[in-house]
Design a protein around this ligand. Structure first.
Ligand SMILES: O=P(O)(O)OC[C@@H](O)[C@@H](O)c1c[nH]c2ccccc12
Length: 262
């Protein structure tokens, strides 16, 4: 059993429990549910967009504790000052030490840039929940879902006005989402089964992605020079977590990084 299998098994149990306690009606009636989400596509394609999706990540199964001191408020303000294209917030508690409250707190501060709810979606309930906590976008991980689930969850998100980032790591996973149109595709440089990071993945798979999809490179980006290289292969988005979060002041690290790519 890989760590990813463990996470998914755990998630399914967790969601079943929450669903038994929280009626979906309660989520739909929450005041935040009425908010019109910001478009991730628009933010990534905007003239002068930095393309950087900066992540708030306290810990991960592969790295352990990354930063348990930095607060949501200071990091969110720092990322906004750095002019990120979007913010990503881990809401998984058991494996990544994040919470839905983290995202809600960031939302109060960040009203101008899209927020991606970073979690392992295994049930439509989580998508409704994402909207109810004020997220603008969700992640759908192709290795954890069937092509039918990817399609149905993608449609549910779109019906709610949420953007979708489809995450892939292999050609087979790309094939699962092939017939969906108007996509934002994140190529994860990290294999979620082995944790091995290889930037070549972004580059190899990039050519296979149709031009009408927006390409995002995820994980293991630690040098501003890499952004220049990835742009040449058509990438418009760059999801970066640890490289910022490992610093005492992640917002400042993000500002330094962005100053070097312009
Ligand atoms: O910290 P990094 O190496 O910059 O990676 C960020 C992000 O890509 C990574 O956190 C991530 C990508 N896909 C995920 C799925 C679930 C949890 C986390 C992730």
């Amino acid at each position: 059993m890989t760590i990813l299998d463990k996470i998914i098994a755990f998630k399914k149990k967790e969601i079943a429990k929450i669903k038994a306690e929280v009626p979906i009606k309660k989520l739909v009636e929450s005041p935040k549910f009425k908010r019109t989400p910001l478009s991730l596509k628009k933010s990534l394609l905007e003239v002068g967009s930095t393309g950087i999706i900066a992540e708030f990540k306290r810990q991960s199964p592969s790295k352990g504790i990354i930063n348990d001191k930095a607060t949501i408020a200071e990091v969110t303000n720092g990322y906004l000052d750095a002019n990120v294209a979007a913010q990503s917030i881990l809401t998984d508690t058991s494996f990544f030490g994040g919470t839905m409250a983290d995202l809600m707190e960031a939302r109060v501060i960040n009203q101008t840039k899209p927020i991606l709810r970073k979690d392992f979606v295994v049930d439509g309930f989580q998508i409704v929940e994402a909207k109810a906590i004020g997220a603008d976008a969700i992640l759908l991980i192709a290795s954890c879902l069937t092509s039918v689930e990817l399609k149905n969850y993608g449609n549910l998100a779109k019906d709610l006005g949420l953007s979708v980032l489809y995450e892939i790591h292999t050609q087979e996973e790309l094939d699962k989402i092939n017939d969906l149109d108007d996509k934002i595709i994140g190529i994860n440089n990290r294999n979620l089964k082995t944790f091995e990071v290889n930037l070549e993945h972004s580059i190899k798979l990039a050519n296979q992605i149709p031009d009408n999809s927006i390409k995002v490179s995820e994980s293991g980006i630690s040098d501003p020079k890499i952004i220049t290289g990835l742009k040449e292969f058509g990438f418009q988005g760059f999801l970066i977590g640890e490289n910022f979060m490992k610093e005492e002041n992640p917002g400042e690290a993000c500002q330094d990084f962005i100053n070097q790519i312009r």
